[in-house]
Write a protein that binds this ligand. Structure first.
Ligand SMILES: C[S@@+](CC[C@H](N)C(=O)[O-])C[C@H]1O[C@@H](n2cnc3c(N)ncnc32)[C@H](O)[C@@H]1O
Length: 272
């Protein structure tokens, strides 16, 4: 990948530092990851449990932010653990609070997942690909393919024009009015999920629209505005769930593509 600075590092660090300068810390941390800190953490937890997260599993939470999800998993992952990454050190510091010392939270500045091969049962990217270029998201899926065990599960959320028009509406209007863009916001459609899964050798287990009420809550969750959700709820963003079969259709091509040293020729071991 070489040394370069990525747009998301500067954008997110600036955003979080501005929030910390103007708001009490818990509010700044919540706003930095989209707000509704407790309720959304509970909904993310239930979404993962619904796709098979077990109490002894290891979850890699990429772009873990302030630990919105991790904090809600402390009781559930009794014999498991979370490995979280984020580009903002202040968010990582906050994410650690209340989590077991065996859980690992790491600052990253690129699109790598700094964990060992086959270390995890699950990887989640909640509201992360929504801020990356497509190529960056695909690099992250290559990394997820490496760190998640064969047969393990990878979950990412994404924005679709149809169901998330309001987000696009706000973004283009901000642009027209010359308002500052805090960070990149990207939309994609399901053909991208299909192409990525095919080229990664992963199976799409499920794709849900942001408006689909498919997440089963064990009890009511209370939102920041005091409203309550119960029963089955929607996530708000679309969700794609992949099974990490690790058998790319175009194996020879993909094994060369996965080399980070893009400029070099594939070695004999990579060509196998
Ligand atoms: C909208 S927040 C969501 C946070 C968390 N996933 C959650 O649901 O609470 C997006 C997060 O992704 C982080 N982020 C952005 N680019 C990233 C990257 N390349 N690698 C890791 N984290 C990244 C941001 O710093 C931010 O904390």
């Amino acid at each position: 990948m070489g040394t370069r600075s990525f747009h998301f590092v500067e954008d997110y660090r600036t955003l979080v530092r501005q929030l910390i300068a103007h708001l009490p810390l818990p509010e700044a941390m919540s706003r930095a990851v989209g707000g509704d800190f407790t309720a959304m953490g509970q909904i993310e937890r239930q979404l993962l449990i619904g796709y098979g997260l077990k109490p002894d599993h290891t979850l890699v939470d990429v772009g873990c932010g302030a630990g919105r999800l991790a904090k809600q998993l402390v009781d559930y992952l009794a014999s498991g653990r979370v490995l979280g990454t984020d580009v903002v050190p202040e968010l990582i510091d906050y994410a650690k609070i209340g989590c077991p010392p065996t859980w690992q939270f790491t600052v990253v500045e690129d699109i790598r997942i700094p964990f060992a091969e086959n270390e995890a049962d699950f990887a989640s990217f909640f509201s992360v690909f929504t801020h990356l270029l497509f190529e960056e998201s695909f690099c992250y899926l290559l990394e997820a393919r490496r760190v998640v065990k064969p047969g393990g599960t990878i979950v990412f959320s994404f924005l679709e024009f149809e169901q998330n028009w309001q987000v696009f509406n706000d973004a283009y209007k901000a642009l027209r009015h010359g308002l500052p863009q805090l960070h990149l916001t990207t939309f994609m459609d399901r053909t991208a999920c299909e192409a990525w899964a095919r080229h990664l050798g992963m199976l799409i287990i499920d794709i849900r629209a942001g408006t689909d009420t498919f997440i089963e809550l064990p009890g009511p969750v209370v939102h920041d505005d005091g409203s309550r959700s119960k029963g089955k709820v929607a996530f708000g963003q679309s969700v794609c769930v992949l099974r990490n079969d690790k058998v790319p259709r175009e194996k020879r091509v993909l094994s060369w593509e996965t080399s980070w040293d893009i400029g070099s020729s594939p070695t004999s071991s990579q060509m196998r």
